[in-house]
Design a protein around this ligand. Structure first.
Ligand code: ATP
Length: 341
């Protein structure tokens, strides 16, 4: 079979949400058939886009599992994104058997805060100090309730006294106490290619969060009139270009994270798109607050490529398109099993 035939055989599919437009546009640009699995109420929206060849309508997300058998009979490859974990459940990897781009084992390391911390430390990434209990609090902290999403259920305390006062509202909840890093949030979007064995920087963004970004607009002398806790609900994203002198460190961080994953989750480790969420201090130190081991919504800024992807490819290369290209190249070389799980 010619490589062209082999490539045409596959349909790239994803749940119609999050970064589906980017993923399916990228797949079409690389020559694949595409399918959106959409809640029926949203299907007419996704029909607007000519790069989506077919739409499978479902009434609710759990119906995905019933329809999966149907997808398996065709040559579908499922691309995971944030809504897949959110709506199909964090254990979706154990429940599906359709070809899936990405190592499912990585999911359990991403979800479990303690395992994620072990991985970050093994990769030599700088992380905020974590306090075992409140007695050690010696600087401003951010307190994160387990299961809090989008930063709601977080609070900031300047010292132990403030912590004691604020924690009383969260009786019986599990939480972690983390050093509060004062700096600028910088989200690093990468792609690790198993085929090329290289880490690529796809783009950089920061989030536009409500209400914390609005609080910054309130003049200091009115602080007392606005005594509100910050929340971190993501409303959108801004693109960032960083000082060029920071780029070598950024590439090294991505490489170390991948290399540690290959030791912790052998043999495949982390591959495909991932994001390191950092806060950068005035002395230009990167503190990693979290990682996401799949395409992140901030990549939607760069459907037409980013300054960094342009340096590598010279054509508009979104993360969605990069995924499709990896599948195409693996397919050509008969190495699809290396990137599908
Ligand atoms: P998501 O899962 O969508 O990434 P989340 O609910 O897990 O979000 P985080 O990404 O951990 O939330 O953090 C939400 C916000 O809190 C971010 O804007 C981040 O900048 C800020 N933040 C988190 N940890 C720290 C920290 N240690 N120091 C300073 N700011 C922090």
């Amino acid at each position: 079979m010619s490589s062209d035939m082999e490539k045409k055989k596959y349909t790239i599919a994803t749940l119609a949400s999050h970064s589906a437009l980017q993923i399916l546009k990228g797949a079409k640009d690389e020559g694949f058939a595409t399918c959106a699995i959409s809640l029926s109420g949203r299907a007419s929206f996704y029909k607007r886009f000519p790069f989506i060849d077919s739409i499978i309508s479902i009434e609710n997300y759990t119906e995905f599992y019933d329809r999966e058998k149907e997808l398996k009979t065709k040559d579908f490859i499922l691309i995971p994104h944030g809504s897949i974990t959110a709506y199909l459940g964090p254990d979706y990897g154990n429940r599906i058997s359709i070809a899936h781009f990405g190592n499912k084992e990585v999911l359990s390391w991403e979800i479990d805060r303690e395992k994620q911390m072990e991985w970050l430390k093994k990769a030599g990434l700088r992380v905020p100090k974590v306090y075992k209990n409140s007695s050690g609090i010696d600087k401003p902290v951010i307190v994160k309730m387990f299961g809090a999403k989008g930063g709601s259920g977080y609070f900031i305390a300047g010292d132990k006294k403030q912590f004691d006062k604020k924690i009383s509202k969260f009786a019986d909840q599990k939480f972690i106490i983390q050093e509060y890093i004062v700096g600028t949030p910088v989200y690093l979007q990468y792609f690790y290619s198993t085929i090329k064995k290289s880490v690529e920087l796809m783009g950089i963004d920061r989030r536009y969060e409500s209400n914390v970004d609005g609080l910054a607009r309130i003049p200091h002398n009115m602080d007392d009139e606005f005594s509100v806790e910050p929340s971190y609900t993501v409303i959108g994203n801004f693109p960032i270009v960083v000082r060029e002198s920071l780029l070598p460190e950024i590439y090294a961080m991505g490489e170390r994270l991948v290399s540690a994953s290959q030791k912790l989750m052998p043999p495949k480790g982390l591959y495909g798109p991932f994001c390191i969420e950092t806060i950068v201090t005035p002395d230009q130190l990167f503190y990693t607050i979290e990682i996401s081991c799949r395409i992140v919504a901030g990549t939607n800024l760069f459907i037409n490529g980013s300054p960094y992807s342009d340096l590598t490819y010279g054509i508009p290369m979104s993360t969605g398109r990069r995924i499709a290209r990896e599948i195409k190249e693996a397919s050509k070389e008969g190495r699809l099993s290396k990137i599908l799980d």
